[in-house]
Design a protein around this ligand. Structure first.
Ligand code: FMN
Length: 322
């Protein structure tokens, strides 16, 4: 699961020292060690792991070994748990505390299985559960490790006067903040909204105005200009990207599309750390989507193993591994 321990950086130090913290979002399958090391080289300040089920993590060494690989350079790192029970969550948090800078509770996953399980976005209906979880984590991991939540918003701001939905978001964050939460990431969409719908920046701004802890804005950051615009509109302390950084891991450094050096670095990191083929290939498909022609994408996307991918990249782009 882990390598040696280094000096951990706290997200709170980042929020104190930077006007706007650049964040790589939690992404199931994708925000793993090779990708985190890659984006940290392109001005990402803070990384999240993919969502991990706290019950499995607490119960099984196998789950811990397969779900989390980290090392001395991988800091600050926030591990994101899906949890519905403060005992399982705080057990998992205690096991991992010395390897990470923060524990995050997923309150935004909109998938049906998660809602049925009572985790993810279902927790937005249960602020008292989230409060218990934050308290339990804080009491088990102490002040060295932060505790945060990643939420969605309840409904469109335009309805706020008629519909109490956004007031629910306000009430939720107020209740959870009062338990000693350290910071909060807000994906400005409701659980039913698709990512093709625009992110609700007014809702994020409202959360920022409501709480006194740092707030990270999430949604539709595809370029450094998007990040700056969102930060200045909402006044948040950090901006988080998911789909944008998958497409272009160098976006926070101001690159308009994935530079070739970034692709090459990703290939090397993946080979060094070991990455399963599906994930390795899909990362490259995302990164090269805007670089390749349609015909090239078609051929590249059908490759089925690592040697074939390496050959393709060498032949078409002059990939150099070392
Ligand atoms: C492939 C993928 C995997 C994701 N996995 C997670 C996850 O594990 N935990 C989480 O809180 N959100 C997850 N999300 C949601 C993102 O973190 C983010 O909230 C959402 O995509 C909106 O940001 P964006 O507009 O920058 O993509 C995932 C999104 C994508 C595209």
């Amino acid at each position: 699961m882990f390598e040696e321990l280094g000096q951990k950086v706290s997200p709170l130090t980042l929020f104190e020292s930077k006007r706007c913290v650049n964040v790589c979002a939690p992404m199931v399958r994708y925000s793993k060690l090779p990708f985190r090391e890659l984006v940290r080289g392109y001005d990402v300040d803070l990384c999240y792991t993919p969502m991990i089920l706290s019950a499995d993590f607490a119960a099984s060494k196998y789950a811990r070994d397969s779900e989390l690989t980290t090392n001395i350079k991988d800091t600050p790192l926030v591990i994101q748990f899906a949890a519905k029970n403060s005992k399982e969550l705080s057990d998992a948090a205690e096991l991992v505390a010395k390897y990470v800078s923060g524990i995050d509770i997923n309150c935004g996953c909109p998938q049906k299985w998660a809602i049925n399980e009572g985790i993810g976005a279902r927790l937005m209906e249960k602020p008292e559960f989230v409060r218990d979880m934050v308290r339990a984590v804080k009491s088990r991991v102490g002040t060295e490790v932060t505790c945060s939540v990643k939420i969605r918003v309840h409904a469109d701001l335009r309805q706020v006067t008629k519909n109490k939905s956004l007031l629910e978001t306000v009430s939720f964050v107020q209740q959870v903040e009062s338990t000693g939460l350290d910071f909060i990431a807000v994906h400005g969409r409701t659980r039913r909204q698709r990512s093709s719908e625009p992110v609700n920046l007014d809702a994020i701004k409202l959360v920022k105005e409501t709480v006194s802890i740092p707030v990270i804005a999430n949604g539709d950051v595809f370029s450094v200009e998007d990040a700056q615009r969102i930060q200045s509109y909402t006044g948040v302390d950090g901006v988080m990207s998911a789909r944008g950084i998958l497409e272009n891991p160098a976006l926070f450094s101001g690159h308009k599309r994935t530079p070739w050096a970034c692709v090459e670095k990703f290939v090397r990191l993946s080979l060094d750390y070991g990455n399963n083929f599906f994930i390795f290939h899909h990362h490259l498909i995302y990164m090269l989507e805007k670089v390749m022609s349609n015909a090239e994408s078609k051929a590249f996307n059908t490759l089925t193993n690592t040697p074939a991918v390496l050959d393709y990249l060498e032949e078409h782009y002059g990939l150099k591994l070392y």
